[in-house]
Design a protein around this ligand. Structure first.
Ligand SMILES: *Cc1c(COP(=O)(O)O)cnc(C)c1O
Length: 362
């Protein structure tokens, strides 16, 4: 079998795959109602939240769009804190729906600087919301969301968080950190195929929702809430992915949040240490290096694209390339969800063989 080590979609355990062979049932009947209701309760534990939480059918980007259109109106000023490809995407969505986006970008590979966020909020008192990426998958950087949140909340702004590649794998206590809308996606750390976005909505986000005038139909939080009260979703959901999720959530609760975070930290440390010992520089500022994806800079004559090809064709290991301006400059090792040290060890032993074949050190 292929070793899929990209930062999503990620491999699924057998029990999760098995759950997807279940026959269809009535999506408005009692059996599915129980599944939706249990999955929502279990998700709340993993989000560490008492806020409302919705299972939306769509990919993570749909969840980001839902966060924007449910809380904002055209013309609203929004501070976009961006450290990479996905930060830019979040800003683009807000702009597309008519928000006045104030960009605050940081060099790719670095984390967002909290002082700059404070200065931007001081400079423009009319800002309504702050968009931030918790874990920037394109650069392998995890922002200090606790600090960012405490700054944003000192100014009483709405905080919309892309936690698509962190929640479930990296600690994110949603309530303790006062995050208003938090978005994640099934194919990242949740050990489930693509197809679901999971979104939490705070009281403050609901207050914003009451006056939010951006156009929306499919992603309407009010509809999601009224249907969830009947243990349903407004539209036919991706039932097969929900069957899978309900199994993976049980596995995750059994392992426990602290153990899951510790496992990701160990695996990520192993990935970083081994890349350095192979002589490859990390792309991300190591103080903020992500525990779900390691971005490695091409160096020493390495042709990263050739390396990825040989890894895939001769070792059946699939690593991620760089996105947009990082194409051909970095490669990424995904280690979120169903991953253990031995998975990374396989990658390392193959890299030892492949790196010289792809120009490294030559
Ligand atoms: C994967 C990812 C997305 C996009 O999610 P899709 O499910 O591909 O729509 C957005 N933000 C981050 C941080 C991601 O890792």
């Amino acid at each position: 079998m292929e070793q899929l080590r990209i930062p999503g979609p990620t491999p699924c355990p057998d029990e999760v795959l098995q759950a997807m062979t279940k026959q269809m049932i009535n999506h408005r009947g009692p059996e599915f109602g129980q599944i939706v209701s249990d999955a929502t309760d279990n998700l709340k534990q993993l989000f560490q939240t008492k806020n409302d939480l919705f299972l939306l059918t769509g990919s993570g980007t749909g969840g980001l769009e839902a966060a924007v259109v449910n809380t904002l109106s055209p013309g609203d000023k929004v501070l976009s804190v961006s450290i990479g490809v996905f930060g830019e995407r979040f800003a683009t969505i807000a702009r597309q729906f008519g928000a006045e986006v104030i960009p605050l970008g940081f060099e790719w590979g670095k984390a967002a600087d909290v002082d700059s966020i404070r200065r931007a909020l001081e400079a423009e008192p009319g800002i309504k919301a702050v968009l931030v990426t918790h874990n920037e998958t394109s650069t392998g950087v995890t922002n200090d969301l606790a600090q960012i949140s405490s700054t944003v909340k000192r100014f009483s702004k709405l905080l919309l968080v892309d936690a698509i590649s962190s929640l479930s794998s990296i600690d994110l206590p949603v309530d303790e950190w006062h995050c208003d809308v938090v978005v994640t996606g099934s194919q990242k750390g949740w050990m489930v195929p693509p197809g679901l976005a999971m979104v939490s909505v705070s009281e403050e986000a609901w207050r914003a929702h009451a006056g939010a005038r951006m156009p929306r139909f499919y992603w309407d939080f009010s509809k999601a809430k009224s249907y969830l009260e009947k243990r349903q979703t407004p539209w036919t959901p991706g039932m097969t992915a929900i069957f899978a999720l309900s199994v993976s959530l049980k596995m995750m609760l059994k392992e426990g949040l602290a153990s899951i975070f510790a496992r990701h930290a160990r695996v990520a440390q192993l990935a970083r240490d081994s890349m350095k010992s192979l002589g490859l520089p990390l792309f991300a500022d190591e103080r903020y290096a992500s525990n779900t994806v390691t971005a490695v800079a091409g160096a020493g004559g390495l042709d990263t694209k050739k390396m990825l090809k040989i890894m895939r064709e001769e070792h059946r290991i699939v690593l991620g390339g760089g996105q947009q301006s990082l194409d051909g400059k970095i490669f990424r090792i995904g280690h979120m969800g169903w991953v253990k040290e031995s998975d990374i060890e396989l990658v390392i032993s193959a890299l030892k063989v492949v790196l010289p074949q792809a120009g490294f050190g030559g």
